[in-house]
Design a protein around this ligand. Sequence first.
Ligand code: ATP
Length: 293
Amino acid sequence: MNAIAFTGVAKSYGSVRAVEELDLTIDAGSTVALLGPNGAGKSTSIGMLLGLTRPSAGEIRVFGDTPDAAVKQGRVGAMLQDGALVPGMTVREVVSFVRGLYPDPMPLEEILTLANLTDLAGRRADRLSGGQAQRVRFATAIAGAPRLLVLDEPTAAMDVESRRSFWARMREYAASGRTVLFATHYLEEADENADRVIVIARGRVVADGTPQEIKAAVGTGTVRFTIGDQPTAGLDALPGVGAVDVRGSTARLHTTDPDATVRALYATGLRVADLEVKGADLEDAFLSLTHDR
Ligand SMILES: Nc1ncnc2c1ncn2[C@@H]1O[C@H](COP(=O)(O)OP(=O)(O)OP(=O)(O)O)[C@@H](O)[C@H]1O
């Protein structure tokens, strides 16, 4: 069964086309990353999925129902980018209040354990660090034991250690057959935590596949050099190269094997100046994926 189905979904705000035309289905039980740069349309898509805002065109189904119906039945939990925590309440009070809103919630202690909040349960929720507050938001998102968990850039306020621990807990939740959809800017997060990665840029899907397929398409590194007015034909056939992006006199090769690409590049006989090899620059990769379309 599909957990999520978007059919021809578009959303405009005046003249801004936040989502162009989204057609996608997500299987129940999968963990899917929505990967894209700022302004790609991730939050808008999530907002529509949760019934917070209506599409300008097209249709969305969540477990076969409208988003509103699915949310009302307590089948969907969400952790959004902002969302103030009620002032003056302890962590335990906040979580147990939210839990009380659902027909079939998870036991309180289980929520606190899963969100790593047992030690903070007596603390005031509005006086926590950014990363701790994110754990409370995660707890409120899973409180109703939702079949679909939606997370919009959940680790934005977290340091490296908190991120690692957060994703371990998310995977634990997902392991029980639940569906998870999360938005992120980071390819590593998508790679490590999702079975499927949907890359969106400028309101459209530009790539969709397993993390391995996406990494092969965007490359794990970038080889940049000044090509001047020399011909660019054949650069895309160099070993490892998935995409070529030439802007002005600069060429960027997105590659899965920068060493092999550089060796082969010198063997072409091109005059290569200002060579620079970097780890994958997603922003560049997104741009070239968007250009390719
Ligand atoms: N309420 C709104 N009114 C007008 N424009 C909006 C509104 N919400 C979003 N937009 C615009 O729609 C586009 C998509 O924004 P959205 O927030 O969905 O992107 P995003 O991928 O979530 O970005 P980020 O990673 O920065 O959160 C952007 O151009 C944004 O400025």
